[in-house]
Design a protein around this ligand. Sequence first.
Ligand SMILES: *[C@@H]1O[C@H](CO)[C@@H](O)[C@H](O)[C@H]1NC(C)=O
Ligand SMILES: *[C@@H]1O[C@H](CO)[C@@H](O)[C@H](O)[C@H]1NC(C)=O
Ligand SMILES: *[C@@H]1O[C@H](CO)[C@@H](O)[C@H](O)[C@H]1NC(C)=O
Ligand SMILES: *[C@@H]1O[C@H](CO)[C@@H](O)[C@H](O)[C@H]1NC(C)=O
Ligand SMILES: *[C@@H]1O[C@H](CO)[C@@H](O)[C@H](O)[C@H]1NC(C)=O
Ligand SMILES: *[C@@H]1O[C@H](CO)[C@@H](O)[C@H](O)[C@H]1NC(C)=O
Ligand SMILES: *[C@@H]1O[C@H](CO)[C@@H](O)[C@H](O)[C@H]1NC(C)=O
Ligand SMILES: *[C@@H]1O[C@H](CO)[C@@H](O)[C@H](O)[C@H]1NC(C)=O
Ligand SMILES: *[C@@H]1O[C@H](CO)[C@@H](O)[C@H](O)[C@H]1NC(C)=O
Length: 369
Amino acid sequence: MSASGWPITLLLVRLFGSATSSPVSMYTPAPTLPSQISPPLPTSFPFLPSPSLSVPSHIPPFISSSAESTERLHCPLTMSPSTLVVRFGDPVKANCSIPRMGFSALGWEVSSETAEITVDRFKVWSVKNLTVWSINVTCFALSEHGGQCNLALPVIIYQPPDRVSITLVNHTGPMFEGYQYTLQCTVQDVAPVENLVVTFYRGDTALGQVQSNNTTERTPVTEIFTLGIIPTKEDNGAQYWCDAKLELGPEGPQHPPVVTSQKLSATVLFGPQLSCPTKLQVREGESLKCNVTGNPEPSVTWIRDGQVIVLPNHSSRAHAGKYIVWTEGFLGQKNFTVEVEVLAGSGTANTCNGHFLLAVLVTQMIHWL
Ligand SMILES: *[C@@H]1O[C@H](CO)[C@@H](O)[C@H](O)[C@H]1NC(C)=O
Ligand SMILES: *[C@@H]1O[C@H](CO)[C@@H](O)[C@H](O)[C@H]1NC(C)=O
Ligand SMILES: *[C@@H]1O[C@H](CO)[C@@H](O)[C@H](O)[C@H]1NC(C)=O
Ligand SMILES: *[C@@H]1O[C@H](CO)[C@@H](O)[C@H](O)[C@H]1NC(C)=O
Ligand SMILES: *[C@@H]1O[C@H](CO)[C@@H](O)[C@H](O)[C@H]1NC(C)=O
Ligand SMILES: *[C@@H]1O[C@H](CO)[C@@H](O)[C@H](O)[C@H]1NC(C)=O
Ligand SMILES: *[C@@H]1O[C@H](CO)[C@@H](O)[C@H](O)[C@H]1NC(C)=O
Ligand SMILES: *[C@@H]1O[C@H](CO)[C@@H](O)[C@H](O)[C@H]1NC(C)=O
Ligand SMILES: *[C@@H]1O[C@H](CO)[C@@H](O)[C@H](O)[C@H]1NC(C)=O
C-alpha cells in the first residue's frame, strides 16, 4: 500500500477489472479541459471494499459502464514510449506524465505491486535488468475530484533465437525431380514466438513465409516451421536456407533481429531428357548429335541395325539411315528411333535445302524404372 495509506490497489482494480479491452482505448491524445472531467462520483475515493483484485464482476455497481467509459475518454495520461520493447535482461525506462492539473497523484503499478506514487506531473518507472518474461505495467492517476484513470503500458520482452537451422524432413542425400519434399526450419529459444516470421529461400528467391500460431507463449520456445517443395532440374545445385526475424513494431530496434540458417545445397537427380530434332539433318563432315541432359549424366548409345555404333566425328553420306538412340540415366531410360539424313557439303546444301529430305520418324519410348 502507498505511503498515504490509500487502498490504491483495490481502487485500481475497479477500473482494471473491466480493462480487458485494449489499453489504448483509455488514452485520448486530444487535449482536454479540466471542466471535461466527469462530475464527482457519488462515493469519492478512497473507498472501495472490493474483495477481489482481478475479476470484472466485482466492478462496484455504482459505476455504470457509460460513466466509466466517459471517465476513460478523459484520462489524460501520456506514456513514453507508448509500447515498451525490451530485450530480456536489458534495462528499461518509461515515463508516464499527466499534462494538466486536477490530479492529486500519479504512480505505476507493476505486476500487481504498486510502486511509489508522486504528486509531480510525471513519474518514471525504470528497471536495471528486466529479467522476467511476463510483466503487467500500468500507470494510474488519482483525480482530485475522486476517481482515477489508468493506462496500461504494452511490454514486449524479446530474445532473438539462439540458433536457426534447416533440414529436409526425413530425407538425406539427393532429391528426385518432381517429387515432394519438406523443408524444415528449426528456430531455437526465441521469444515471443508470436512476433516471429520465418522465411524460406532458394538462392535469392523467397519461397514463402510462415508464422507461429502460438499467440500466448511469452517465454522462449523452440518451434519448427515447414514448407513443401517440388524440385525441378533447375534446382540442382541451388541453396535452400531460412531466416527467422522478430518483427517488434515501430518501438522495436531499428534493425529487427534476424538469425539466418546454414545453406542446404540441393542435388536434384533428373533425366534422362533427350531432345532430338524431329528431322535430324547433318552436313557431310559434321558429327551426329542429340541433346541429352540428366543428373547424373546419362549414357547415350546409338544403335543401327542392331549394332552399337561408334559415332563418327565426321559424318558422310554412308551414315544416313535409321538409328535407335538409347539413353539411360539414373531415373530411367528412353529409346528414340531417328532417321538421319546427311546433306551434301555446304556448297550445294543451300540450293537443295529441303529437296533431299527424307521422312524422319521419331518414336519415343519411355520406360520409367
Ligand atoms: C517525462 O515526461 C514529461 C512530459 O513529457 C517531461 O516533462 C519530463 O521531463 C519527462 N521526464 C523524463 C525523466 O524523461
Ligand atoms: C498479467 O495480467 C494477466 C491478466 O490479468 C494475468 O493473467 C497475468 O498473470 C499477469 N502477469 C503478471 C506477471 O502479473
Ligand atoms: C544487467 O545489465 C547490465 C547492463 O546492461 C549488464 O552489464 C549486467 O550483466 C546485467 N545483469 C544481469 C544479471 O543480467
Ligand atoms: C519422419 O519419420 C518418422 C519416423 O520414421 C515418422 O514418425 C514421421 O512421421 C516422419 N515425418 C514426416 C513429416 O513424414
Ligand atoms: C498454423 O495454423 C495454420 C492453420 O491451422 C496451419 O496451416 C499452419 O501450418 C500453422 N503453423 C504452424 C507453424 O504450426
Ligand atoms: C504455445 O506454446 C506452449 C509452449 O510450447 C504450449 O504449451 C501451448 O500449448 C502453445 N499454445 C498454442 C496455442 O499452440
Ligand atoms: C541442350 O538442352 C539444354 C536444355 O534443354 C539447353 O540449355 C542446351 O543449350 C542444349 N544444348 C544443345 C547443344 O542443344
Ligand atoms: C573423335 O575425336 C576424338 C578426339 O577429338 C577421338 O578421341 C575419337 O576417337 C574420334 N572418334 C572417331 C570415331 O574417330
Ligand atoms: C532400348 O533399346 C535397347 C537396345 O535395343 C534395349 O536393350 C532396351 O531394352 C530398349 N529400351 C526400351 C525402354 O525400350
